[in-house]
Design a protein around this ligand. Sequence first.
Ligand code: C2O
Ligand code: CU
Ligand code: CU
Length: 505
Amino acid sequence: MPSFSRRDLLKYGTIATGSLILPAVYGSRAIAGSISPRVRPFTLPFRVTPVLAPKKRSGNRDYYEITMRKTRVEILPGYQTEVWAYNGLVPGPTIYQTAGRESIIRFINQLGNIDTSVHLHGMAALPQYDGYANDVSRPGYYKDYYYPNNRAASLWYHDHAVHHTARNTFMGLAGIYIVQNQTELNLPLPKGKYDVPLCLQDKLFFSNGQLNYDNQGTKGVNGDVILVNGVPWPVMQVERRKYRFRLLNGSAARSYRIFLSNGDPMTIIGTDAGLVQTPVEVRNFRIGMAERYEFVIDFAKYPIGTQIVLRNNNPSNNDEFDNTHLIMRFDVTANATDTSNNTIPSYLREVRVFTPQEIRNARVREWRFERNNGLWRINGRSWNPNRVEANPGLGDIEVWRLYNNGGGWFHPVHVHLVDLQVLSRNGQAPFAYERGWKDVFYVGENEDVRVITQFLPHRGKYMMHCHNVDHEDFDMMIQWEVGQGGPNPLGAPPQPWNPSIPTPI
Ligand code: C2O
Ligand code: CU
Ligand code: CU
């Protein structure tokens, strides 16, 4: 078990009243006093993150440019916080792209002394553009990343530098990337300002307002301030109609169980890798780090003046602070000004069903996510770019069994390249809301999750890891490979940056 940390002392110090209080250990459900400077929940306005337009278009290619730099932003009112930002924004700018077009994004590292590697999470990129952990851009270097945009989904881009993913993403290097296709756009689902990305993150600050990357010795950072799109506990004014929310858990180590304060249901319409086949009504759902769930709330039934809080019923093994049970508030302030695209179709899209025969014939691999001599491991292994732990052939269907033999932690497991489906959870049917294409699987305390996929569309070496980014860094990550002879993940190395370098299109 992790030992009594400085932070436990700090936080329990604030509630100690002279009696001996036992130190917090993993699994504690005690509510601790906050450490960061105080912000009253629901005092700041909601905002959507600015959208990045391409700098250039040519044929079916769009060229974007993102510079990574240290900058200062106001997150806590009255404090200027240093962040590591994509184009000066935390979260980074949102990118909207159309399936079938190709994106080329030039990421320029001007962070001074920080190495980066950019991963577009959910994109089937070639190995050399997948943010391979060891493919780092040194400060003063840039790299052009090519993305095929082959499927419609809510993705996100974030740093993936070897052993520094947790720190780099915690400091701000994360943003949302949405791919849409015509089939989806033709559905009467909420669009435009009624289709709202939500990047949910918790952060911890020092009393001077600077970010406090305290990973509690590889357990992971649990913040006491909940941000949505970079704003602590914002208030969003909504009209009396339906809204589509694309929720990303962009936290380092915190999972959430989401519900509405009035107990009303939400309608899940999408998972990590796009729309589900049929909508699912839920009263709450669990979301681990890097997972995405898309849901619709219909505010039409509430009178103007209604306030509804999006709340969190902390799943186990998350540190709870005074206000970590709150996320944001919806204030119903107006009648609908636009009632088009205000329907949830009962059928959203076809999601492949793996046949009993395909499942029976699939090769099964077992992956044990464990703590081993104080380190995070997968089948006893840690990250080694020179080793390949599994080698499915191109087009093969396999079942991967992901299991957690510990009760003191949970692991949201992410597989690069492919979208997969949950076959079973602890021998039972998957949760109704996780029946869709996904790339992250919440492997909770002592849980056992079987997932299935077909290994397409590229050959090559890819990563699998826990998306508690501190677990990932220390060292719950392995490499696997589709087929033989795929492109070298280090085959398109970053180059020294110079502003006179022409754009690639
Ligand atoms: Cu979202 Cu390998 O990461
Ligand atoms: Cu990924
Ligand atoms: Cu983990």
